[in-house]
Ligand binder design. Structure first.
Ligand code: FAD
Length: 444
């Protein structure tokens, strides 16, 4: 298999840029034999590495990452590790009881795994904060979505709290929102800190990580797999591919993955006066009552409080949005920020970026043993903090021959559905996004 394309990450990974610089991990520049090769060092790849390290402490594990840790989507997301169903393709996050109970159980398994990893390896507290999040509504339609969601959570016997407009202002400082629905189980990550520190704590004399070491080809010879990078190569018998949508660049799940990008912007640090003008609590995180609405966070950093905005989705089958698309979306971020924070009109965005997502038409993962000894933990359907963590650990178990209900559940899912030929998929995806964003109105 020749790898047809390598990852493109538009703009800086802001969460990584605001951290002190880091020595990183060496590039692979020799030939190595290893018991386990993991391709991709996001949530899935590092969770797989952790699981293998725990269960096979004497095995050699090598992780190859095309770029640097926390520079890819795992370090450039909004950091909402959500325990409840949060289907981004739904109208209002409402779902079906049995499926949603199963999903909640899986999400919490992932969160428990991440929590134990954070505690056992001594990751910084700031990387993983168990503080919950608010589903914020800025429109009457959004309020209705939240009420539907509340009824659904009641049926699921899940805890929540409804906030009125004043409580939303007390929390966020802005009067933009009519109400909100707080749920306590979401973990708020500093995603780059989580990924970078996890990578650092995992390495040992048995586990090595190589950055700037993209796999450019994979070949199979008897029981052995040979992976080539620009300056080195690896021979192994077991591979866990944790590359999310890039699995298709290896010739797997061809035309079964929908490649989307979504986008973020982060302000410069607010001055103490600006933070005072804004008011509200020190940290908070808002998802939108509309699945295509704007996600907003306030964080505290050594250079002051910052606001992080995420919105807009584009269909990018070539895995590379154009500069014109980026410019249009970054302008929209400024508009979304200005609408919410009119008192901070002198505050500019310090960082704008985009990042790749992978979806399947039927909302299932690309999980399993694709070829003898080659296991995939890919296609996170936009929610890779939980789905990637879960799939990575499960793929490691599966590859070690361990059985569990989770592995049965993942293996029993249908495969990702085949996409219709172009231009039908492009037209369908673009229309769906356009219509969804139009419907989101002021939630966007
Ligand atoms: C702006 C933004 C906001 C988001 N917000 C959230 C959120 O709040 N909550 C949430 O759950 N999700 C969110 N996401 C989605 C989330 O970031 C992804 O779903 C998640 O990162 C997927 O994890 P992963 O480990 O499967 O894949 P990735 O994080 O994409 O990691 C895959 C890695 O594989 C590497 N790779 C690819 N090809 C090769 C190769 N040939 N050789 C070696 N390495 C390779 C890539 O460089 C990459 O680092 C957001 C995404 C973006 C862009």
């Amino acid at each position: 298999m020749k790898v047809t394309k390598l990852p493109f990450n538009p703009g800086p990974a802001a969460w990584n840029s605001i951290l002190p610089s880091d020595r990183g991990h060496p590039e692979l520049n020799s030939h190595k034999k290893t018991d386990w090769l993991i391709i991709g060092a996001g949530f899935a790849g590092l969770s797989a590495a952790r699981r293998l390290q725990l269960r096979r402490p004497f095995d050699r594990i090598t992780v190859l990452e095309a770029k640097c840790l926390a520079e890819g989507p795992a370090g450039r997301n909004s950091g909402f590790m959500i325990d409840l169903p949060h289907d981004l393709a739904s109208k209002d996050y409402g779902g079906r009881i049995q499926e949603d109970r199963k999903k909640i159980e899986q999400n919490r398994l992932a969160i428990n795994f991440a929590r134990k990893t954070v505690n056992d390896l001594g990751l910084p507290r700031e990387a993983f904060q168990e503080v919950g999040k608010v589903n914020a509504a800025a429109t009457t339609t959004g309020m209705q979505h939240n009420l539907n969601y509340k009824d659904h959570l009641t049926d699921l016997k899940e805890n929540f709290e409804l906030y009125d407009a004043q409580q939303m202002t007390e929390l966020t400082g802005t009067t933009y929102y009519l109400g909100g629905l707080f749920t306590p189980g979401t973990v708020m990550l500093q995603p780059a800190l989580y990924i970078r520190e996890l990578g650092k704590k995992l390495i040992s004399n048995k586990l090595k990580i190589h950055e700037n070491s993209p796999v450019i080809s994979l070949a199979h010879n008897g029981f052995d797999w040979h992976a080539k990078t620009p300056k080195g190569s690896i021979t192994t018998q077991k591979i866990i591919m944790a590359t999310n949508g890039h699995v298709e660049n290896f010739g797997l799940f061809k035309r079964r993955i929908i490649h989307l990008f979504t986008y973020g912007s982060m302000t410069r640090g607010l001055t103490p006066e600006e933070s005072k003008i804004l008011g509200g609590k020190a940290h908070w995180g808002l998802t939108s009552a509309d699945p295509l609405g704007t996600t907003v966070r306030k964080i505290s950093t050594i250079s002051g409080d910052r606001i992080v905005i995420r919105n807009k989705v584009t269909y990018e089958p070539e895995m590379q949005p154009t500069q014109a698309v980026l410019n249009r979306i970054y302008a929209k971020h400024t508009a979304s920020f200005d609408a919410r924070f009119p008192n901070l009109k002198d505050v500019q965005m310090a960082f704008n970026w985009g990042g790749q997502l992978a979806f399947s038409l039927n909302n299932v993962p690309a999980f399993g043993e694709a070829e003898k000894g080659l296991f995939t933990a890919c296609c996170q359907n936009g929610l890779g903090t939980v789905n990637g963590t879960l799939q990575g650990a499960a793929a490691a178990d599966y590859a070690m021959g361990i059985n569990s209900e989770l592995i049965d559940a993942l293996c029993n899912e249908d495969p990702p559905k085949k996409l219709l030929p172009e231009p039908i998929t492009r037209i369908g995806a673009n229309l769906r996004i356009l219509f969804g964003e139009f419907k989101a109105g002021a939630e966007l």
